[in-house]
Design a protein around this ligand. Structure first.
Ligand SMILES: C[S@@+](CC[C@H](N)C(=O)[O-])C[C@H]1O[C@@H](n2cnc3c(N)ncnc32)[C@H](O)[C@@H]1O
Length: 535
């Protein structure tokens, strides 16, 4: 063990300097008595190394911050969370912190609750040492403080034997507390990391959904569900800092999972202030061993002000159940099919600007093309107005339907063909596997519907619910894959549907089941729920 960089603390340093221990076993006995920590040193070597490095006193820096989704909870926040739980009259006797890091939750819980036993698990050994020294400092400063038995394990949460913990609960009140890693399986796969549960497709997503990201999950979600699987039938409570998207998924999946949890609460925090992270996160709290609840009450963590209730209303999921009940008569199946726009994953070559002498691409190259395959294309940011009939960008529509042969068309268009051939590598290097085995220069999200002259469109990325009417200009205008649209043959039809969609009633209805903190606040599934027929 390399202790350099671990903040040992003055009291702990003087503890080791003052006393002369002849073996790590005798020092372990003294440390258990002082702190409750079982096996402070796992082996003699660690004790010897500590003595050699006792004078170093720098901060620990995690080398694998991204891979381990490492955002340590600050002391003040950990204390506020424990205070909140204490004020709810919780009196846990045993706590489990499955990814405890430097252990601020463990320390705050020891200070707040009449604990008898503590289990902390962490993959980064340096953090466990930091925690041990902090605990030593705490108990040396407060010798009469309540001293639970503390068991700290240097282990992956995915390999740890939680059954051993379960066997020791023995009807005592349990608190599972923590802040699991903030990282997704997609990021881990780009890092070639194995920091995943053994069954890594734990959402069982197959086919195109797996490719397009529906199979993307948060490691924090997977650890939360593991804790609920293991402990929701015990007496006690769960308190985890997690992303809002994870909370939404847990409540959504309650319909099928039916964990024995109730009094579900979501207390929104300012993750930028607390962790310097631009994510939406909250404290998720629930009671174990109770009738499965299907809704969660949202509060502001700092003011305790109640906000909305999210969750299930009969068979429908809402972000604001009260508002949803008011407009649920609009919920049904849209009579038109909402489509996603064109996907090419080749912006450098396929996003073009029109200039006097022809076109310019994102690489800054200028060139000429035949007009046959060139169409104006709109992105999410172009859908800010009620009516749009011009485009800043153009693209080459190499296919009129998915999978169509591209060579036959291109052979007749020498300039376009030469341009695409020159940039073949950009197409060949596209990461998404949807292009595998497809004709060269293939695109997705294209069909007859793409070429309808009038469209009602909305951005999937922006949080606004207003719909834009897209009219043709010199060509039919297309949309990119960040947008959704319905195509129409006549202006009247398109205007009529736009009018219905922009009614205050429809807008409020959408707000009642949109999750603004989702990466894509508006999805095809959501749009297909706007029935329109009730008007
Ligand atoms: C978001 S941090 C929070 C740490 C601590 N729970 C807190 O509240 O300060 C997540 C922690 O999980 C740890 N971690 C990541 N993957 C882990 C794994 N597979 N098993 C155990 N701990 C892990 C990281 O090293 C990091 O300390």
């Amino acid at each position: 063990m390399d202790f350099s960089g671990i903040d040992i603390g003055l009291k702990a340093i003087s503890f080791f300097e003052k006393r002369k221990y002849n073996s790590f076993k005798t020092v372990n006995i003294a440390l258990k008595e002082k702190t409750g920590i079982v096996d402070f040193f796992g082996k003699e070597e660690e004790f010897v190394q500590l003595q050699q490095t006792l004078n170093s006193n720098q901060n620990i820096v995690s080398e694998n911050r991204i891979e381990y989704g490492d955002f340590q909870t600050n002391k003040q926040l950990a204390e506020s969370v424990c205070n909140y739980l204490k004020n709810k009259n919780l009196k846990p006797q045993i706590i489990v912190e499955p990814t405890c890091g430097k252990g601020n939750f463990i320390i705050s819980a020891i200070k707040s609750f009449p604990l008898q036993q503590v289990f902390g698990i962490e993959i980064q050994e340096k953090y466990l040492w930091r925690l041990k020294f902090e605990l030593l400092d705490y108990f040396l400063t407060n010798p009469t403080a309540n001293k639970p038995q503390i068991e700290l394990y240097h282990c992956s949460v995915f390999d740890f034997d939680f059954d051993m913990v379960k066997k020791q609960i023995d009807n005592r009140e349990l608190l599972v507390i923590g802040n699991p890693p903030w990282v997704t399986n997609a990021t881990l796969s780009t890092l070639n990391s194995k920091n995943l549960p053994k069954k890594s497709n734990f959402k069982n997503v197959k086919g195109i959904d797996a490719i397009t990201g529906k199979g993307n999950f948060d490691i924090g979600e997977c650890i939360s569900l593991k804790m609920l699987d293991l402990f929701s039938k015990e007496n006690g409570c769960f308190a985890f800092l997690i992303k809002n998207s994870v909370i939404k998924n847990i409540v959504f999946d309650q319909k099928k999972n039916k964990y024995s949890i109730s009094e579900i609460e979501k207390h929104t925090i300012n993750a930028q202030k607390e962790f310097g992270a631009a994510v939406d996160a909250s404290l998720f709290v629930c009671k174990f061993n109770s009738m499965p609840a299907l809704t969660a009450k949202e509060f502001d963590f700092y003011t305790s002000k109640p906000r909305v209730t999210l969750g299930w209303v009969n068979n429908k999921f809402a972000s604001d159940t009260e508002k949803y009940k008011k407009y649920q008569h609009l919920d049904g199946i849209c009579p038109f099919e909402w489509r996603q726009g064109i996907k090419h994953d080749c912006a450098k070559v396929m996003e073009l600007e029109r200039i006097d002498s022809g076109f310019r691409n994102a690489l800054g190259e200028t060139f000429e093309l035949e007009e046959d395959l060139v169409y104006g294309i709109l992105k999410s940011s172009d859908l800010q107005q009620e009516i749009v009939d011009t485009s800043r960008k153009y693209t080459i529509v190499t296919q009129k339907r998915i999978g169509q042969d591209t060579q036959i068309v291109l052979e007749k268009l020498p300039k376009t063909n030469a341009y695409l051939q020159r940039h073949q590598d950009y197409f060949l290097n596209r990461k998404s596997s949807i292009y595998n085995g497809k004709p060269m220069f293939s695109i997705f999200g294209v069909g007859d519907y793409s070429f309808k002259p009038y469209k009602i469109a909305i951005s999937g990325l922006y949080k606004q619910t207003k719909f834009t009417l897209v009219k043709p200009n010199e060509t039919v205008l297309l949309l990119d894959d960040t947008c959704y649209f319905i195509g129409f043959d006549t202006l009247e039809e398109a205007q009529g549907i736009q009018n219905l969609l922009n009614q205050p009633e429809t807008q409020e209805f959408m707000e009642s089941f949109m999750f603004l903190d989702a990466k894509r606040a508006i999805t095809k599934d959501l749009l297909m729920r706007i029935s329109l027929v009730h008007y």
